[in-house]
Design a protein around this ligand. Structure first.
Ligand code: NAD
Length: 298
C-alpha cells in the first residue's frame, strides 16, 4: 500500500520543502543515480541542471546562482573532481555528494567549500521503483541548519534518514557491502564454474533457495563497474574479505577433520551471539518466504 501511494505521488509530484533555493546542479547528472535524484528533485518543484564530464567549459555559468550542488560521479574520480573543480561555488550553496564511501569525499568537500557541506549515501540502486522505506545515510559536514530542508525533502520522498559518522559508516560498509557483494560474486562464480543447471536447481528448490538464488542472480543483472567500485574503493574491504576467507578455511578444516561436535558447538556460539535477532530474523523471513510462495502461485 505504501508503495502504491508513493507511485501515485510520483505521478503528481511531491511537496517542495525549500521554495527559495536557486537551482540545483548535479555533477554527474547523466549518470544513473544522478538521473534518479534529478527526477525526484524536479518532481518536487526544483530547477535542476546537469553538469556531466563534457560540460566543464560551461561550469561557471552552470554554478552561478546554484543553491545546492550534488556530486554523483564514479567513486574513483570523486575526490579529484571535488578538490579540483568545486572550490569556487557560491558561498551559501550547499555542497553534497551521494558517494558509497563517505570519509574521503566528505573531507574533500569540507576542504574545497567554505559553506554548508553534507555527505549522503543512498543505500539503494537506481532500479528501485520507489524510495519508500529505503535508507539514506547522512554524514554531517558543516552548517547543518542550512541543509535540514534537504533531509526533510528526502523524507518526503519516503526514505528514512540514518545519521552516521563517516568513518564508522565506511567500516560498516566493508561488511555490509564490500564483503557481502564479494561473497555473492564468488557464489555466482562458483555456480558458473561448476556449470550448475539453474533450471534444474530451481526444480528442486524450496522458496528459500529460490529467494537465495534470486539474490545472487540479481547481482549479475547489474553493472559490474558499480560493484567493482564498491569492492575496490576501500583498503579496509580487503581485510574484511580476507577475514571471511580465513573463517571459511577454518570451517572447511573442521569439516575435513570430520569434527561434527565442533560444528555443533560453533553453531551454538554463533546462535548465542545473534541472540534475540535469530528468532526475530526467522520470524521476519517466514513472512518474506510466504510472499515468495504467493508470487509463484500467482
Ligand atoms: P554512473 O556511472 O551511472 O554515473 C556517473 C556519471 O558521472 C556519468 O554520467 C559520468 O559521465 C559522470 N562523470 C564521470 N566523470 C565525470 C567528471 N569528471 N565530471 C563530471 N561528470 C563525470 O554511476 P552511478 O551508479 O550513478 O554512481 C554515481 C555515484 O553514486 C557513485 O559515487 C556511487 O558510489 C554512488 N552510488 C551509486 C549507487 C548505485 O547503485 N548506482 C548506489 C549508491 C551510491
Amino acid at each position: 500500500l505504501m508503495r502504491e501511494s508513493y507511485l501515485n505521488e510520483k505521478d503528481v509530484g511531491f511537496k517542495q520543502i525549500k521554495q527559495d533555493l536557486g537551482h540545483v546542479v548535479i555533477v554527474g547528472g547523466e549518470g544513473k543515480l544522478g538521473q534518479l535524484f534529478s527526477q525526484m528533485l524536479k518532481l518536487s518543484g526544483y530547477k535542476v541542471k546537469s553538469l556531466d564530464k563534457n560540460d566543464w567549459q560551461h561550469a561557471d555559468a552552470i554554478f552561478d546562482g546554484a543553491g545546492l550542488v550534488i556530486v554523483t560521479v564514479p567513486i574513483n574520480v570523486t575526490c579529484e573532481v571535488i578538490r579540483e573543480k568545486l572550490t569556487h561555488l557560491p558561498e551559501q550553496c550547499i555542497l553534497a555528494d551521494l558517494t558509497s564511501i563517505k570519509e574521503k569525499p566528505l573531507a574533500a568537500m569540507l576542504d574545497a567549500h567554505k559553506g554548508p557541506v553534507v555527505g549522503l549515501h543512498p543505500m539503494f540502486g537506481p532500479d528501485v521503483g520507489s524510495l519508500a522505506k529505503q535508507v539514506v545515510v547522512v554524514c554531517h559536514g558543516r552548517q547543518s541548519d542550512a541543509y535540514q530542508w534537504l533531509l526533510q525533502q528526502i523524507e518526503i520522498w519516503g526514505a528514512r534518514i540514518v545519521e552516521a559518522q563517516a568513518e564508522r559508516h565506511d567500516n560498516a560498509m566493508q561488511l555490509v557491502q564490500a564483503m557481502r557483494h564479494f561473497s555473492t560474486f564468488v557464489y555466482g562464480l562458483n555456480l558458473c564454474k561448476e556449470e550448475a543447471d539453474i533450471d534444474n536447481l530451481l526444480q528442486f528448490s524450496s522458496p528459500i533457495y529460490r529467494l537465495e538464488l534470486a539474490m545472487v542472480g540479481r547481482l549479475f543483472a547489474q553493472d559490474p563497474e558499480l560493484y567493482a567500485d564498491i569492492i575496490f574503493a576501500q583498503e579496509g574491504s580487503l581485510h574484511a574479505i580476507s577475514d571471511y576467507l580465513d573463517n571459511y578455511r577454518d570451517a572447511l578444516a573442521m569439516l575435513k577433520s570430520g569434527n561434527r561436535q565442533e560444528f555443533v558447538e560453533q553453531f551454538q556460539r554463533v546462535a548465542k551471539w545473534f541472540g534475540d535477532f535469530a528468532p526475530q530474523f526467522q520470524h521476519e523471513s517466514r513472512a518474506m518466504l510466504q510472499s515468495v510462495n504467493d508470487m509463484k502461485a500467482g
